[in-house]
Design a protein around this ligand. Sequence first.
Ligand code: AMP
Ligand code: MG
Length: 404
Amino acid sequence: MIKFEEAKKIVLESAKPIGKEKVFLEDAFRRILAEDIIANYSIPPFDNSAMDGFAIKSEDTNKDLPVKLRIVGEESAGEIFRKKIDKGQTLRIFTGALLPAGTDSVIPQEEVEIEKEFIVIRRKVRKGENVRYAGEDIKEGEIVLEKGIQLNSTHIGLLSALGIVEIEVYIKPKVGILATGEELKDLNEPLLQGSIRNSNTYTLIAQIKSAGAIPLNYGKTGDNPNEIKNIIEENLNNCDIFLTTGGVSVGKYDYVREAVESIGAERKFWKVAQKPGMPLAFYVLKRENKLKYIFGLPGNPGAVMITFEEYVRPLIYLLSGRKNYLPQEIEAKFTHDLKKKKGRLNFIRVKIFFENGEYYISESGPQGSGFLKTLANANGIALIPEDVEYIKAGTKVKVHIVEW
Ligand code: AMP
Ligand code: MG
């Protein structure tokens, strides 16, 4: 049986971004940037006032206080006062307004007294007080955003301040989903005795969306190799990744491998020394000169969600051009003992918390592969290596932070 690290390497080894496209700024939120963004001008573009107040020459306050300065006019944000301010003069100014020529500082209006056409200043003002200098935030020519990041709302604000309306982003991968199993009932079907709800399709749709890809739901089939084959065959051209769930183990009704192999896909591995998710199968196939990735995910909901996080999400990230494609990893101390069998890496669903400068974890509930509640209570996956049998409370282990 192949080990987790090796299997993951095989999944990720050939993955490259699938392509680029241009989108408008309004549609760029959460997309992956496919170009470095260089500031085409400085921000702020000009020296301006940080307050509502009076623009002055600071040296006018370098004498016996109080001083009186003559108000020669007014300039609001967006206006330009074209005359130079001389010694003994001041210009009333508002936040964001261009600092007028001849001045070097702004005194807030609350700090002066107005006497007809004069202001009275009772303190010394430093050069540069309440001035926002050109380029203080961003300098023209500076690389402000690097390709491979996911654009959040701060990035959108920055792009708009730079006047960039069209942005090059990576194309979102499309991920097909097919649930298999005679016992599965969809949400609109009556739940008969012996049947269960098809939950895998819905968790996968959500995980695919959370990974920034496009889910394509091809519904469910019974345990029927022809049906499985036909659905994959018909839809593969439209997908970058195809996920099946269930039917990939060694049972009499497990037909997924047979179906995937019959369309000519190359098996890269089947069965990984891990728990949950041991029966995981992975294939690649070329269609119209494009590489297609097919995962035979297990059927158990816990195994599906965890193998998605550990294998499928990083693959989606690489196909999407993300610079950071691996799960965020921390080291954390178990708050309790843990026993496991040797031979397989265990993914333990855990709750992570932070105390006195350290991360701690505890199991989020019973770890059965099928349990959904334990998943819902977890915000991390602890990785307990193959050869470990016993973990004592206080032992540090690797943990992946999950964003289900
Ligand atoms: P299998 O690998 O097909 O033997 O499935 C393993 C377990 O996962 C069985 O208990 C199935 O009933 C369950 N299972 C399979 N597919 C789904 C699904 N789409 N949603 C929820 N549970 C499933
Ligand atoms: Mg089955």
